[in-house]
Design a protein around this ligand. Structure first.
Ligand code: IMP
Length: 431
């Protein structure tokens, strides 16, 4: 009855989708535990590309059950569109293969409007959100005025909740954001249609998972975003509005901490981030541009160019500690081909002080100077490597140095976007 958590160890976009897809082969159930359609996972199987925003990345394995946990915020229109796209291609044809928690919160049209209007008003200080209404939905959850699937399914509760909440939201939207208010009837009608379409998937996910685990089924828990976007442990306030770290997997699907058998951290062989906020190893030069082009570093959700920089061991050590990462999955090492030398940040310096641990202060982070080590690069393409011995010596040395600096072994090395372009060193379900 193992439960494996896959968590991003940087600022998201580490390639969790591909890794979850690979580990999913060994799992029976794959569950998302937080975030929403701010996430975008790109999977390439047999040359065919699939982009997922809400359905867990195990969906391309026939017969596996995909679960959307209570910790996820769901935009029903996006979910329905995603289900239909998948069904069109022959996936999720059995309704039993998708479960949505009755406690998951719904993203409403006013959440999206508030997200976008706030960002506009912030101007230069904007967070650079994905504009999908994620933050305002989590705010309502904490303010105890959110609407959950259980509420949507009960027609009269939904009616009353929407009426009360909308009165407050419209007052805010009009007075503070100077935008048009929303009409009750239009939202009520639209969400009643969503109820009809999604009701069959809604269930008590905690009860379902407890039963699955006690039957000996294997559970894979998929995080969205990454550790540095965690609302507590990331670069606050330039973060997302949920806890993205491994411990959130338990609250996000309703399983106890003792069930987690292994935590795998996903790291890119360099670093990227989208949106605003500190990024000590960011490159503003030709190497940064090369990483962006060769790594196709453009957001799967918003299409925005990602900021690119060197691997930051301070960040990844922070992630290893907070998540309890037992093994790393290293992605996009193939993108470093042709870059020489390659640098790794091992600490920061600011005001005569050396920082080995990731600092909380924005002031320190904005001015921190990375302390770099240099490593010789390689020119060979890596995409056909299937064992560690197939890699050039300098690539092997680079990987070994990352293991030393993070004090964590590699479980998997990804050398290309395709499912088969992978070196699997250790199966987390057996560790
Ligand atoms: P939000 O989650 O849309 O509120 O955006 C907050 C911050 O998290 C912004 O910097 C986004 O760019 C970032 N973000 C949200 N989701 C992802 C993701 O899946 N990958 C990378 N960055 C993300």
């Amino acid at each position: 009855m193992p439960a494996v958590v896959v968590v991003g160890a940087q600022w998201g976009d580490e390639g969790k989708g591909k890794v979850v897809d690979i580990f999913a082969e060994h799992a029976d159930v794959i569950a998302r535990y937080q975030g929403g359609n701010n996430a975008g996972h790109t999977l390439v199987v047999g040359g065919e590309k699939t982009v997922l925003h809400l359905v867990p990345s195990g969906v391309l394995h026939p017969g596996k059950v995909c679960v959307i946990g209570n910790g996820v915020v769901v935009d029903p229109a996006v979910l329905i569109e995603e289900i239909e796209r998948l069904q069109h291609r022959g996936y999720l044809l059995d309704d039993q293969l998708l479960k949505i928690s009755d406690r998951a919160h719904l993203i409403m049209p006013y959440h999206r409007a508030i997200d976008l209007a706030r960002e506009r008003l912030r101007g230069e200080d904007r967070i650079g959100t994905t504009g999908r209404g994620i933050g305002p939905t989590y705010e309502d959850k904490m303010a105890r005025i959110g609407i959950r699937f259980a509420d949507l399914l009960d027609e009269s509760s939904f009616h009353d909740l929407l009426r009360n909440t909308l009165a407050e939201k419209n007052a805010y939207i009009r007075a503070l954001l100077q935008e048009e208010p929303f009409a009750f009837d239009a939202i009520h009608e639209q969400y009643s249609r969503y109820r009809e379409r999604l009701a069959k998937y809604v269930t008590d996910v905690s009860v379902y998972l407890a039963q699955a685990l006690s039957k000996g089924q294997r559970l894979l828990l998929e995080g969205g975003q990454g550790t540095m976007l965690d609302v507590d442990h990331g670069t606050y306030p330039f973060v997302t509005s949920s806890n993205t770290v491994a411990s959130a997997a338990c609250t996000g699907v309703g399983i106890p901490p003792g069930r987690i058998s292994c935590v795998v951290g996903i790291v890119k062989a360099y670093t990227t981030r989208v949106g605003s906020g500190p990024f000590p190893t960011e490159l503003h030069d030709a190497t940064g541009e090369k990483l962006r082009q060769d790594g196709d570093e453009f957001g799967a959700t918003t299409g925005r160019p990602r900021r690119c920089g060197w691997f930051d061991a301070v960040v990844v050590r922070h992630a290893v500690r907070i998540n309890g990462i037992q093994g790393l999955a290293l992605t996009k090492i193939d993108v470093l081909t042709g870059i020489d030398p390659i640098r790794i940040c091992v600490a920061y310096e600011y005001n005569g002080q050396r920082y080995e641990h990731f600092p909380a202060s924005m002031q320190v982070l904005r001015n921190a100077q990375p302390v770099y080590e240099e490593h010789p690069g390689w020119n060979e393409p890596l995409t056909s490597a299937r064992t560690i011995e197939d890699l050039p010596r300098n690539a092997r040395r680079y990987i070994q140095r990352l293991e030393e600096l993070t004090e964590t072994p590699m479980y998997l090395i990804s050398v290309g976007a395709n499912r088969n372009e992978t070196i699997l060193l250790r199966n987390p379900f057996h560790s």
